[in-house]
Design a protein around this ligand. Structure first.
Ligand SMILES: Nc1nc2c(ncn2[C@@H]2O[C@H](COP(=O)(O)OP(=O)(O)OP(=O)(O)O)[C@@H](O)[C@H]2O)c(=O)[nH]1
Length: 370
Protein backbone atom coordinates (compact mmCIF):
# COMPACT_ATOMS: atom_id res chain seq x y z
CA UNK A 1 0.00 0.00 0.00
CA UNK A 2 2.77 2.43 0.92
CA UNK A 3 4.29 1.86 -2.52
CA UNK A 4 1.12 3.05 -4.19
CA UNK A 5 1.11 6.26 -2.19
CA UNK A 6 4.80 6.89 -2.80
CA UNK A 7 4.16 6.67 -6.53
CA UNK A 8 1.19 9.00 -6.33
CA UNK A 9 3.27 11.49 -4.36
CA UNK A 10 5.93 11.31 -7.04
CA UNK A 11 3.32 11.87 -9.75
CA UNK A 12 1.95 14.98 -8.01
CA UNK A 13 5.47 16.31 -7.41
CA UNK A 14 6.32 15.76 -11.06
CA UNK A 15 3.21 17.51 -12.20
CA UNK A 16 4.00 20.45 -9.91
CA UNK A 17 7.52 20.64 -11.33
CA UNK A 18 6.15 20.60 -14.90
CA UNK A 19 3.55 23.27 -14.24
CA UNK A 20 4.75 26.79 -14.87
CA UNK A 21 3.96 29.21 -12.12
CA UNK A 22 1.71 31.99 -13.40
CA UNK A 23 -1.68 33.56 -12.87
CA UNK A 24 -3.47 30.94 -14.94
CA UNK A 25 -2.00 27.97 -13.07
CA UNK A 26 -2.19 29.33 -9.52
CA UNK A 27 -5.39 27.47 -8.68
CA UNK A 28 -4.25 24.25 -10.20
CA UNK A 29 -0.97 24.45 -8.27
CA UNK A 30 -2.92 25.14 -5.09
CA UNK A 31 -5.00 22.05 -5.67
CA UNK A 32 -1.86 19.97 -6.27
CA UNK A 33 -0.32 21.29 -3.04
CA UNK A 34 -3.44 20.24 -1.18
CA UNK A 35 -3.28 16.77 -2.72
CA UNK A 36 0.40 16.47 -1.88
CA UNK A 37 -0.24 17.37 1.76
CA UNK A 38 -3.02 14.78 1.93
CA UNK A 39 -0.93 12.00 0.37
CA UNK A 40 2.08 12.74 2.57
CA UNK A 41 -0.14 12.57 5.60
CA UNK A 42 -1.51 9.24 4.45
CA UNK A 43 2.00 7.92 3.92
CA UNK A 44 3.17 8.99 7.38
CA UNK A 45 0.17 7.46 9.13
CA UNK A 46 0.47 4.21 7.14
CA UNK A 47 4.06 3.92 8.26
CA UNK A 48 2.99 4.59 11.81
CA UNK A 49 0.47 1.77 11.72
CA UNK A 50 2.65 -0.76 9.97
CA UNK A 51 5.48 -0.34 12.47
CA UNK A 52 3.09 -0.61 15.43
CA UNK A 53 4.37 -2.60 18.35
CA UNK A 54 7.79 -3.19 16.84
CA UNK A 55 10.57 -3.21 19.39
CA UNK A 56 12.90 -0.68 17.83
CA UNK A 57 10.92 2.47 18.66
CA UNK A 58 12.93 5.61 18.87
CA UNK A 59 10.48 7.61 20.98
CA UNK A 60 12.34 9.17 23.87
CA UNK A 61 10.36 9.84 27.01
CA UNK A 62 10.20 13.51 27.79
CA UNK A 63 12.02 14.28 30.98
CA UNK A 64 12.99 17.66 32.31
CA UNK A 65 11.45 21.07 31.90
CA UNK A 66 11.75 21.35 28.13
CA UNK A 67 13.06 19.43 25.19
CA UNK A 68 15.53 20.57 22.55
CA UNK A 69 16.27 18.42 19.51
CA UNK A 70 19.46 18.69 17.50
CA UNK A 71 19.05 18.25 13.77
CA UNK A 72 21.83 18.29 11.21
CA UNK A 73 23.76 16.32 8.63
CA UNK A 74 26.39 13.81 9.75
CA UNK A 75 29.70 15.20 10.97
CA UNK A 76 28.54 18.76 11.51
CA UNK A 77 29.39 18.50 15.21
CA UNK A 78 26.16 17.50 16.93
CA UNK A 79 27.84 15.02 19.26
CA UNK A 80 30.54 17.55 20.06
CA UNK A 81 27.92 20.16 20.93
CA UNK A 82 25.96 17.71 23.06
CA UNK A 83 29.14 16.74 24.89
CA UNK A 84 29.96 20.37 25.62
CA UNK A 85 26.60 21.65 26.84
CA UNK A 86 25.07 18.68 28.62
CA UNK A 87 26.28 17.52 31.99
CA UNK A 88 24.33 14.46 32.98
CA UNK A 89 23.46 11.70 30.62
CA UNK A 90 19.97 10.43 31.16
CA UNK A 91 20.04 7.03 32.85
CA UNK A 92 17.74 5.18 30.49
CA UNK A 93 19.96 6.22 27.64
CA UNK A 94 22.57 3.56 28.02
CA UNK A 95 20.42 0.58 27.29
CA UNK A 96 17.57 2.16 25.37
CA UNK A 97 19.91 3.67 22.83
CA UNK A 98 22.50 1.02 22.31
CA UNK A 99 21.38 0.47 18.75
CA UNK A 100 21.39 4.16 17.99
CA UNK A 101 24.01 6.82 17.73
CA UNK A 102 21.76 9.08 19.73
CA UNK A 103 21.91 9.75 23.45
CA UNK A 104 19.81 12.34 25.21
CA UNK A 105 21.66 14.60 27.58
CA UNK A 106 20.57 17.14 30.14
CA UNK A 107 21.48 20.79 29.91
CA UNK A 108 21.34 22.36 33.36
CA UNK A 109 20.89 26.10 33.21
CA UNK A 110 19.31 28.67 35.53
CA UNK A 111 17.98 25.86 37.69
CA UNK A 112 16.17 24.28 34.74
CA UNK A 113 16.81 20.84 33.33
CA UNK A 114 16.54 20.85 29.57
CA UNK A 115 16.58 17.56 27.73
CA UNK A 116 18.74 17.67 24.62
CA UNK A 117 18.17 14.91 22.08
CA UNK A 118 20.54 14.31 19.22
CA UNK A 119 18.43 12.81 16.46
CA UNK A 120 20.23 9.97 14.72
CA UNK A 121 21.39 10.61 11.20
CA UNK A 122 19.22 13.14 9.50
CA UNK A 123 15.63 13.58 8.59
CA UNK A 124 16.52 13.04 4.97
CA UNK A 125 14.03 10.84 3.17
CA UNK A 126 11.61 10.92 6.08
CA UNK A 127 9.00 12.69 4.01
CA UNK A 128 9.12 9.74 1.63
CA UNK A 129 8.51 7.44 4.60
CA UNK A 130 11.97 5.94 4.46
CA UNK A 131 13.64 3.90 7.18
CA UNK A 132 13.92 5.30 10.62
CA UNK A 133 13.03 8.75 9.36
CA UNK A 134 9.44 8.56 10.51
CA UNK A 135 10.44 7.86 14.11
CA UNK A 136 12.94 10.66 14.02
CA UNK A 137 10.22 12.97 12.79
CA UNK A 138 7.86 11.85 15.55
CA UNK A 139 10.49 12.84 18.11
CA UNK A 140 11.19 16.15 16.38
CA UNK A 141 7.48 17.01 16.67
CA UNK A 142 7.66 16.92 20.45
CA UNK A 143 10.44 19.50 20.63
CA UNK A 144 10.05 22.86 22.30
CA UNK A 145 12.96 24.06 20.22
CA UNK A 146 14.78 22.69 17.19
CA UNK A 147 18.49 23.45 17.09
CA UNK A 148 19.66 23.05 13.52
CA UNK A 149 23.39 22.42 13.57
CA UNK A 150 25.10 23.52 10.37
CA UNK A 151 28.66 23.27 9.14
CA UNK A 152 30.03 26.75 8.43
CA UNK A 153 32.49 25.31 5.93
CA UNK A 154 29.78 23.70 3.80
CA UNK A 155 27.29 25.15 1.35
CA UNK A 156 24.18 26.78 2.70
CA UNK A 157 22.19 24.25 0.78
CA UNK A 158 22.30 22.03 3.90
CA UNK A 159 19.97 24.41 5.68
CA UNK A 160 17.47 24.71 2.85
CA UNK A 161 17.34 20.98 2.33
CA UNK A 162 16.76 20.22 6.03
CA UNK A 163 14.06 22.86 6.12
CA UNK A 164 12.43 21.30 3.09
CA UNK A 165 12.40 17.87 4.72
CA UNK A 166 10.81 19.27 7.88
CA UNK A 167 8.31 21.25 5.80
CA UNK A 168 7.26 18.07 4.01
CA UNK A 169 6.37 16.29 7.25
CA UNK A 170 4.40 19.25 8.56
CA UNK A 171 6.94 20.88 10.87
CA UNK A 172 6.89 24.67 10.52
CA UNK A 173 9.91 26.52 11.84
CA UNK A 174 9.71 30.00 13.35
CA UNK A 175 6.20 30.45 12.05
CA UNK A 176 2.93 31.19 13.80
CA UNK A 177 -0.13 29.10 13.15
CA UNK A 178 -2.08 30.87 10.35
CA UNK A 179 -4.90 33.01 11.65
CA UNK A 180 -7.74 31.11 10.03
CA UNK A 181 -10.65 29.54 11.85
CA UNK A 182 -11.96 26.36 10.28
CA UNK A 183 -15.05 24.56 11.56
CA UNK A 184 -16.38 21.42 9.93
CA UNK A 185 -20.15 21.05 10.03
CA UNK A 186 -22.79 18.50 9.18
CA UNK A 187 -24.91 20.71 6.92
CA UNK A 188 -25.11 24.20 5.45
CA UNK A 189 -22.46 24.02 2.72
CA UNK A 190 -19.15 25.88 2.69
CA UNK A 191 -19.20 29.43 4.05
CA UNK A 192 -16.11 31.58 3.57
CA UNK A 193 -15.53 34.94 5.25
CA UNK A 194 -12.53 37.27 5.02
CA UNK A 195 -12.17 39.97 7.66
CA UNK A 196 -10.32 42.06 5.07
CA UNK A 197 -9.70 41.55 1.33
CA UNK A 198 -7.08 38.87 0.68
CA UNK A 199 -3.69 39.99 -0.64
CA UNK A 200 -2.91 36.50 -1.96
CA UNK A 201 -4.47 33.84 -4.19
CA UNK A 202 -6.37 32.51 -1.20
CA UNK A 203 -9.99 33.36 -1.95
CA UNK A 204 -13.42 31.78 -1.88
CA UNK A 205 -12.81 29.88 -5.14
CA UNK A 206 -9.45 28.41 -4.18
CA UNK A 207 -10.75 27.46 -0.73
CA UNK A 208 -13.82 25.73 -2.17
CA UNK A 209 -11.74 23.89 -4.75
CA UNK A 210 -9.35 22.51 -2.14
CA UNK A 211 -12.15 21.55 0.23
CA UNK A 212 -13.87 19.68 -2.59
CA UNK A 213 -10.69 17.70 -3.15
CA UNK A 214 -10.68 16.86 0.59
CA UNK A 215 -14.35 15.86 0.29
CA UNK A 216 -15.35 18.46 2.84
CA UNK A 217 -18.75 19.82 1.83
CA UNK A 218 -19.86 21.66 4.94
CA UNK A 219 -17.64 24.07 6.85
CA UNK A 220 -17.32 27.62 8.14
CA UNK A 221 -14.06 29.36 7.31
CA UNK A 222 -13.00 32.71 8.69
CA UNK A 223 -9.74 34.18 7.40
CA UNK A 224 -8.51 36.84 9.81
CA UNK A 225 -5.22 37.70 8.12
CA UNK A 226 -5.11 39.14 4.60
CA UNK A 227 -1.62 37.70 4.05
CA UNK A 228 -2.69 34.06 4.49
CA UNK A 229 -1.82 31.95 1.46
CA UNK A 230 -3.18 28.74 -0.02
CA UNK A 231 -0.37 26.89 1.78
CA UNK A 232 -1.53 28.37 5.07
CA UNK A 233 -5.06 27.20 4.41
CA UNK A 234 -3.82 23.68 3.60
CA UNK A 235 -1.95 23.73 6.91
CA UNK A 236 -5.15 24.62 8.72
CA UNK A 237 -7.09 21.74 7.14
CA UNK A 238 -4.25 19.40 8.19
CA UNK A 239 -3.88 21.08 11.56
CA UNK A 240 -3.65 17.87 13.59
CA UNK A 241 -0.47 17.02 11.72
CA UNK A 242 1.22 20.40 11.88
CA UNK A 243 3.70 21.54 14.49
CA UNK A 244 4.86 25.13 14.84
CA UNK A 245 8.28 25.00 16.47
CA UNK A 246 10.93 27.60 17.12
CA UNK A 247 14.28 26.98 15.48
CA UNK A 248 17.75 28.19 16.36
CA UNK A 249 20.38 27.91 13.64
CA UNK A 250 23.84 27.10 14.96
CA UNK A 251 26.84 27.28 12.63
CA UNK A 252 29.71 25.16 13.92
CA UNK A 253 33.36 25.04 12.81
CA UNK A 254 33.78 28.80 12.51
CA UNK A 255 37.47 28.21 13.25
CA UNK A 256 37.75 27.01 9.65
CA UNK A 257 36.23 29.95 7.77
CA UNK A 258 37.21 33.59 7.28
CA UNK A 259 36.22 36.30 9.74
CA UNK A 260 34.10 37.92 7.05
CA UNK A 261 32.16 34.69 6.62
CA UNK A 262 31.69 34.32 10.40
CA UNK A 263 30.36 37.86 10.50
CA UNK A 264 27.97 37.23 7.64
CA UNK A 265 26.59 34.03 9.20
CA UNK A 266 26.25 35.56 12.65
CA UNK A 267 24.08 38.37 11.28
CA UNK A 268 21.37 36.04 10.02
CA UNK A 269 18.19 35.93 12.09
CA UNK A 270 17.85 33.31 14.87
CA UNK A 271 21.47 32.35 14.36
CA UNK A 272 24.50 31.82 16.56
CA UNK A 273 27.99 30.76 15.52
CA UNK A 274 30.41 28.53 17.41
CA UNK A 275 33.40 26.27 17.29
CA UNK A 276 33.20 23.19 19.47
CA UNK A 277 36.82 22.45 18.77
CA UNK A 278 38.11 25.88 19.82
CA UNK A 279 35.49 26.26 22.57
CA UNK A 280 34.20 29.45 20.98
CA UNK A 281 30.65 30.71 21.39
CA UNK A 282 29.42 27.83 23.55
CA UNK A 283 27.95 30.18 26.15
CA UNK A 284 26.14 32.13 23.44
CA UNK A 285 24.56 28.92 22.22
CA UNK A 286 23.31 28.01 25.70
CA UNK A 287 22.06 31.53 26.40
CA UNK A 288 20.22 31.63 23.09
CA UNK A 289 18.63 28.22 23.74
CA UNK A 290 17.44 29.51 27.10
CA UNK A 291 16.14 32.72 25.58
CA UNK A 292 14.28 30.92 22.79
CA UNK A 293 12.66 28.43 25.19
CA UNK A 294 11.18 31.39 27.06
CA UNK A 295 10.77 29.53 30.36
CA UNK A 296 9.81 31.06 33.68
CA UNK A 297 11.46 30.20 37.00
CA UNK A 298 9.23 30.32 40.01
CA UNK A 299 10.63 30.15 43.54
CA UNK A 300 8.41 28.60 46.15
CA UNK A 301 8.29 29.90 49.68
CA UNK A 302 7.03 28.27 52.84
CA UNK A 303 5.28 30.39 55.46
CA UNK A 304 7.74 32.22 57.71
CA UNK A 305 10.78 31.01 55.78
CA UNK A 306 12.90 32.74 53.13
CA UNK A 307 12.26 31.48 49.58
CA UNK A 308 14.51 28.77 48.19
CA UNK A 309 16.36 30.50 45.36
CA UNK A 310 18.46 27.47 44.50
CA UNK A 311 15.74 25.21 43.21
CA UNK A 312 13.10 26.91 41.04
CA UNK A 313 10.06 25.31 39.50
CA UNK A 314 10.32 25.81 35.77
CA UNK A 315 7.23 26.41 33.67
CA UNK A 316 6.44 27.73 30.21
CA UNK A 317 5.93 31.46 29.83
CA UNK A 318 2.33 32.59 30.32
CA UNK A 319 1.73 29.77 32.78
CA UNK A 320 -0.81 30.22 35.55
CA UNK A 321 -0.76 29.32 39.22
CA UNK A 322 -2.89 26.34 38.12
CA UNK A 323 -0.17 25.16 35.71
CA UNK A 324 2.35 25.53 38.50
CA UNK A 325 0.23 23.33 40.78
CA UNK A 326 -0.07 20.80 37.99
CA UNK A 327 3.70 20.70 37.57
CA UNK A 328 4.06 19.86 41.27
CA UNK A 329 1.51 17.09 41.21
CA UNK A 330 -1.39 16.06 39.01
CA UNK A 331 -3.89 16.28 41.88
CA UNK A 332 -2.45 19.27 43.69
CA UNK A 333 -5.07 21.62 42.22
CA UNK A 334 -7.82 19.80 44.14
CA UNK A 335 -6.25 20.78 47.44
CA UNK A 336 -5.39 24.32 46.39
CA UNK A 337 -6.94 27.15 48.39
CA UNK A 338 -5.02 30.29 47.37
CA UNK A 339 -1.54 31.53 46.51
CA UNK A 340 0.49 34.50 47.65
CA UNK A 341 2.62 35.94 44.86
CA UNK A 342 5.57 38.31 45.07
CA UNK A 343 7.31 39.65 41.95
CA UNK A 344 6.55 41.31 38.64
CA UNK A 345 3.22 39.55 38.06
CA UNK A 346 1.86 40.80 41.40
CA UNK A 347 -0.04 44.10 41.58
CA UNK A 348 1.12 44.49 45.19
CA UNK A 349 3.39 42.27 47.22
CA UNK A 350 2.25 39.79 48.13
CA UNK A 351 -0.90 39.48 46.05
CA UNK A 352 -3.47 36.87 46.98
CA UNK A 353 -4.27 34.92 43.81
CA UNK A 354 -6.35 32.07 42.44
CA UNK A 355 -5.52 29.34 39.95
CA UNK A 356 -5.92 31.61 36.91
CA UNK A 357 -3.29 34.17 37.91
CA UNK A 358 -0.52 34.41 35.29
CA UNK A 359 2.96 34.18 36.75
CA UNK A 360 6.17 35.83 35.53
CA UNK A 361 9.80 34.79 35.47
CA UNK A 362 11.42 34.96 38.94
CA UNK A 363 8.16 35.28 40.88
CA UNK A 364 8.06 33.97 44.43
CA UNK A 365 4.96 31.93 45.24
CA UNK A 366 3.49 30.49 48.42
CA UNK A 367 0.80 27.88 47.90
CA UNK A 368 -1.87 27.29 50.54
CA UNK A 369 -3.96 24.14 50.63
CA UNK A 370 -7.37 23.39 52.11
N1 LIG B 1 37.24 22.36 12.57
C1 LIG B 1 36.32 21.94 13.40
N2 LIG B 1 35.97 20.64 13.44
C2 LIG B 1 35.02 20.23 14.30
C3 LIG B 1 34.38 21.15 15.17
N3 LIG B 1 33.48 20.48 15.89
C4 LIG B 1 33.53 19.19 15.50
N4 LIG B 1 34.49 19.03 14.55
C5 LIG B 1 34.87 17.78 13.88
O1 LIG B 1 33.81 17.34 13.05
C6 LIG B 1 33.72 15.91 13.08
C7 LIG B 1 32.32 15.47 13.43
O2 LIG B 1 31.99 15.86 14.75
P1 LIG B 1 30.81 15.17 15.53
O3 LIG B 1 30.57 15.92 16.77
O4 LIG B 1 31.05 13.70 15.65
O5 LIG B 1 29.63 15.40 14.49
P2 LIG B 1 28.16 14.77 14.46
O6 LIG B 1 27.30 15.80 13.84
O7 LIG B 1 27.75 14.28 15.79
O8 LIG B 1 28.33 13.60 13.46
P3 LIG B 1 27.42 12.27 13.35
O9 LIG B 1 27.63 11.49 14.60
O10 LIG B 1 28.00 11.63 12.14
O11 LIG B 1 26.02 12.72 13.17
C8 LIG B 1 34.75 15.43 14.09
O12 LIG B 1 35.89 15.00 13.39
C9 LIG B 1 35.08 16.68 14.90
O13 LIG B 1 36.42 16.68 15.35
C10 LIG B 1 34.78 22.52 15.12
O14 LIG B 1 34.30 23.39 15.83
N5 LIG B 1 35.74 22.84 14.21
Amino acid sequence: MAMGITERIKAVEDEMARTQKNKATEYHLGLLKGKLARLRQQLLSDEANSSGGGGQGFEVSKSGDARVVLIGYPSVGKSSLLGKVTTTKSEIAHYAFTTLTSVPGVLKYQGAEIQVVDLPGIIYGASQGKGRGRQVVATARTADLVVMVLDATKSEHQRASLEKELEAVGIRLNKEKPNISFKKKDTGGVKVTFTSPSKTTLNEDSIKMILKDYRIHNADILVRDDKCTIDDFIDIINDQHRNYIKCLYVFNKIDSVSLEEVDRLARQPNTVVMSCEMDLGMEDVVEEIWYQLNLSRVFTKKRGVKPDFTDPLVVRCNSTVGDLCHSIHRDFKDQFKYALVWGSSAKHSPQKCGLNHKISDEDVVSLFTK
